[in-house]
Design a protein around this ligand. Structure first.
Ligand SMILES: [Zn+2]
Length: 482
């Protein structure tokens, strides 16, 4: 019923009162207005997100919840006019499950400390005792030699971004060195308030080298006060488990067919999440926005020039596994992709679009997406970070971008206990949904694609120029997804 109604609205909008077709610019603006109005006033992204968060919950890659989420996404697409929506499977090297994690200071005092494992890192299996060493912040990639001085110690390290080297790289390198040196655990102080912990598997999948534990900010401060007066011993008991038997994850793919079968815009978001909470904003909100955008575009009856493909990725949190599988499985089609557009920044008010490294299309992209300025999405910057799926496409030569939003409290909730539905702003999610749908349509309908496919040698040169080689080699084992 809703679908028919929306279709009728669009039909009215593209003709004037005398029934004449309006100019294409007026048609475009009419479409934008209707899509935006519908997303904001009648959109169901928030309601769908409630279903995802409250009935499925956290969706760790390889878990039953991840499977249920993919099925819910597929069914939603089929129910909304995407009859040919389907799964595309890819193998994962291991599955991982978090177990209980207990930490205590045992000397010179006795007190519990809040710890939680990073994903895809091993546990201690049994209760162990260790002396604490506080290394602080590395000022180079990794730790100075000899690493054997960390033997049998639990080492506090804060491996944060250093120049072009992202936190994930710093963390992964330090973990490997500590394991080689014989350390029993790496303790990374959480930067979140309220004794909240952080988790991530980036750089650890498929099997971290030693137990890597997030430790509450307050408990780090406590241990540092003790360390200032003398040696500190702690006990750790962490029980994670791995399963390396063959298993598959999946992407969910659905097309809104365009009139030019050779041209495509891909809009993507990952549906896997972390397990401390519901994965409401990372990235349930992105999935909900994409699904509602897909529904609205289908129901509006628009026939874009390029096909708009919606891809819902699995396995992003382990290192963009789903998008990397996609670019390998669809290698031949990639030169026809006008733009890959990722939604993975949380549901705050839109501010614009971020591009990774490719400065060559910033101005044409700004022009193409100019109608979205009034929704707040006015800035187009080459400032994207390395940690989500648009980077995979950039590395594969495909022009890519991601939605940039106001900061809000996303970073506090990111991968933490408070990534729950009640923190998601329904109004902002509606506006984000409108931006996703409108941007996809603007990109698909543009007379000329706003950017060009970048051949492999040129991409390699770009990666070298921006200094990304060490991070890519450490995190993915290769510079370009091959
Ligand atoms: Zn995410």
């Amino acid at each position: 019923m809703k679908a028919a109604l929306l279709f009728a609205f669009v039909a009215v909008a593209v003709t004037n009162p005398q029934g004449q077709t309006l100019s294409s610019k007026a048609t475009q603006l009419g479409q934008m207005s209707l899509i935006t109005g519908h997303a904001v006033t009648e959109g169901w992204a928030y309601q769908w997100l409630e279903k995802l968060t409250d009935t499925v919950g956290g969706r760790v890659t390889g878990s039953p919840q991840s499977r249920v989420a993919s099925e819910l996404i597929l069914q939603t697409l089929k129910d909304n006019g995407y009859g040919s929506a389907h799964f595309e499977e890819f193998p994962i090297a291991s599955r991982w499950q978090r177990g209980p994690a207990v930490g205590r200071v045992i000397a010179p005092a006795d007190a519990e400390i809040r710890i939680g494992p990073f994903g895809w890192t091993p546990g201690t299996d049994r209760r162990i005792e260790a002396t604490v060493i506080d290394f602080g912040k590395p000022t180079m990639i990794g730790l100075p030699e000899p690493h054997s001085r960390f033997k049998d110690a639990a080492v506090i390290v804060e491996p944060y971004q250093l120049g072009a080297n992202p936190t994930q790289l710093m963390r992964a390198v330090v973990a490997r060195q500590l394991a080689q040196g014989g350390a029993v655990a790496m303790l990374i102080p959480s930067d979140k308030p309220g004794r909240m912990l952080y988790t991530s598997a980036f750089g650890f999948y498929p099997h971290g080298a030693l137990p890597v534990l997030s430790i509450a900010m307050e408990d780090t401060a406590y241990m540092r006060r003790l360390l200032a007066k003398g040696p500190v011993k702690i006990s750790l008991e962490v029980q994670n488990s791995f399963d390396a038997s063959p298993s598959q994850e999946r992407n969910v793919v659905a097309d809104l067919e365009g009139t030019d079968p050779r041209s495509m815009v891909i809009v993507g978001a990952h549906f896997d999440s972390w397990d401390y909470a519901q994965g409401a904003d990372d990235n349930g909100s992105g999935i909900a926005a994409l699904l509602d955008a897909a529904r609205i575009l289908r129901a509006s009856g628009v026939k874009p020039k390029a096909t708009i493909r919606f891809v819902f990725f699995g396995g992003e949190e382990q290192g963009e596994l789903g998008s990397r599988a996609y670019v390998k499985q669809h290698r031949d089609e990639l030169p026809n992709v006008r733009m890959f557009f990722a939604m993975d920044s949380g549901a705050e008010a839109p501010v614009g679009f971020l591009v990774h490294s490719r400065e060559d299309y910033l101005s044409t992209l700004r022009e193409t997406l100019a109608p979205l300025v009034r929704l707040g999405a006015s800035k187009v910057h080459a400032q994207a970070s390395l940690d989500t799926d648009d980077v995979t496409y950039m590395l594969a030569g495909v022009p890519s971008m991601r939605l940039d939003v106001e900061e809000g409290t996303y970073d506090v909730r990111h991968h933490a206990l408070t990534d729950t539905l009640d923190h998601v702003d329904a109004k902002a999610l509606g506006i984000d949904t409108a931006v996703v749908a409108c941007a996809a349509l603007l990109l698909a309908d543009a007379e000329d694609p706003p950017a060009r496919f970048m051949p492999e040698p040129e991409t390699r040169e770009l990666i070298r120029k921006v200094g990304l080689e060490p991070a890519l080699l450490t995190l993915f084992g290769e510079i370009l997804p091959q």
